[in-house]
Write a protein that binds this ligand. Structure first.
Ligand code: SF4
Ligand code: SF4
Length: 503
């Protein structure tokens, strides 16, 4: 008898006629959900999570994973996942944990926004024949720029320009620490960022010594735990980021369990091996905007004012006022993470019920900074459910300068969104530190796939710009008149500053 009343969500179906008994599926499953007893069978604990690794390694297409047909009786209020959560807690007495982003059916605002397209009087542009400018500069901009001609007739700025991150396309990889993901996964992102001319981020876990060659394309994070933060680290990065919050778990700290703190992670983070890596909920030296200002300027001094300083926050109820304070405190970039942002591990109730969608947060922050006349003083990076190039274009039209992606990049590395990252058993070698699993992910292979994804999005973004009749991403930024809303309530449309379709 199983030692839980929580029904299985998935089960494996094996076609024993086709099966050649090679055992690849048995050995491949990071969750131990299959075993071999003369033939492949679900294991006694059978914790199939639908990561689909077995399906992908089977040379005979002899295995598939299906939803368990056993269902709770329908109840409008007591939905199956809510019953299962209560049952699980009755058995464990613990806080429920989840990996990946919020999966509650709140609705996705991106899916209710339509982009404009040129017809007849405002001709579109063919991106195959006309150049399209996607290069994006992230950082504080001067109020105005005086230019002069150089000795060869080139135009150059006479006004000093504060340090900028230069992106060849308006995408960066979101912070994912060594610890939350494997070193091979992080290396794949670093290699892809270098290839694409964009940036990756260390997250809060420090910079492993093998990744210093990719530091010129790294945003190095300084979070409340200060893991791996030292002078060499700060000076190595292309930008420094103070992490205040994360969309998947706003208002709480982080926790990497001791069993995941391997020798390499311990060395990189500067903590003893096998100890719990706990990031406090607040920074213990930041209790006001003035405190934040001190840390921003301390980091600018530590990096000799060569690199921009970013502040990452979760999208929460009064995000616009918070963003205004952050800009006035001296941040060059503000990174806003919506409530659908992914995570290696978060308490389920926090992940599913705290924070607000990134779509409204972008619009609210952009509007406020424009009204206060300080929009030029910082760039906005938006994150937390950017799923494709259309979401990217809509985010920029709402007011973002660039977007950060995590889940989409992990999907490129093989992730099938089983949401079990917190268990550390990722069969794809992404969110695990088990050597037999991490070695499955070849960084060069992964980098190529991630780069392919961003190349594809870049081409699609050029097509969207062409359809809109503009030839530079700059012309789309904050152009909310190029968006229309379908099936959105009036107040949300007002905050987004987007008209209804047909208007
Ligand atoms: S991987 Fe496919 S062929 Fe090999 S044992 Fe599993 S089901 Fe059979
Ligand atoms: S990274 Fe791995 S464990 Fe996490 S959702 Fe993707 S496949 Fe599942």
């Amino acid at each position: 008898m199983r030692n839980t009343f929580v029904p299985r969500r998935f089960r494996q179906v094996i076609d024993h006629e086709k099966c050649q008994r090679c055992k690849r599926c048995v050995m491949g499953c990071g969750f131990g959900a299959l075993e071999f007893q003369g033939r492949v069978v679900p294991s006694a604990k059978n914790e199939c999570v639908a990561c689909h690794y077995c399906v992908n390694v089977c040379p005979e297409e002899a295995i598939t994973v299906v939803e368990n047909p056993l269902k709770y009786r329908w109840h409008e209020v007591w939905q199956p996942d809510i019953i299962m959560q209560a049952t699980r807690q009755a058995e464990t007495g613990g806080v429920l944990l989840s990996g990946m982003g919020n999966d509650r059916p709140w609705g996705v605002i991106w899916d209710h926004l339509c982009l404009d397209a040129c017809q007849v009087t405002n001709p579109s542009i063919d991106p195959l024949r006309e150049p399209m400018e996607l290069r994006t500069f992230l950082g504080r901009k001067p109020e105005s720029v005086e230019v002069e001609h150089g000795p060869n007739g080139e135009i150059r700025a006479r006004t000093p320009i504060p340090p900028q991150l230069v992106l060849e396309t308006p995408v960066i990889f979101a912070p994912m620490s060594f610890g939350s993901i494997s070193l091979n996964a992080q290396k794949a992102l670093a290699m892809a960022a270098k290839d694409l001319g964009i940036y990756w981020s260390t997250g809060e876990g420090g910079l492993h010594k093998d990744l210093y060659p990719y530091a010129d394309r790294a945003i190095v994070q300084c979070a409340s735990g200060r893991f791996g933060v030292h002078e060499e680290y700060l000076r190595a990065g292309a930008a420094v980021e103070i992490k205040i919050g994360q969309g998947a778990k706003p208002g709480i700290g982080g926790h990497l369990p001791g069993r995941k703190v391997t020798t390499a992670i311990a060395e990189t983070r500067g903590i003893p091996e096998g100890t719990e890596a706990l990031s406090p909920a607040p920074h213990h030296d930041i209790y006001s905007i003035e405190d934040l200002r001190q840390l921003i300027w301390a980091l600018k001094e530590a990096t000799e004012f060569r690199v921009p300083v970013s502040v990452k926050i979760a999208a929460v109820h009064n995000v616009a006022a918070i963003a205004s304070g952050i800009v006035r405190a001296g941040a060059d970039i503000i990174y806003i993470d919506g409530f659908r942002g992914g995570t290696g591990a978060a308490p389920t109730m926090i992940r599913n019920h705290l924070g607000i969608p990134i779509e409204v947060a972008i619009a609210a922050v952009d509007t406020r900074l424009r009204k206060e006349g300080i929009r030029n003083q910082c760039s906005i990076i938006a994150a937390g459910s950017i799923r494709n190039s259309a979401d990217l274009a809509k985010a920029i039209a709402l007011g973002a300068d660039a977007c950060a992606i995590a889940t989409a990049a992990l999907i490129a590395l093989g992730c099938h969104l089983c949401q079990q990252c917190h268990t550390g058993n990722c069969s794809w070698g992404i969110t695990t530190q088990r050597p037999e699993l991490t070695r499955r992910l070849d960084p060069a292979w992964g980098a190529e796939r991630v780069a392919n994804l961003i190349h594809a999005w870049t081409e699609e973004l050029k097509e969207i710009l062409g359809a809109l009749g503009v030839n530079a991403i700059e012309s789309l930024r904050g152009s909310r008149d190029r968006l229309r809303a379908v099936f959105l309530d009036e107040k949300t449309r007002e905050i987004l500053d987007v008209k209804a379709a047909g208007e």
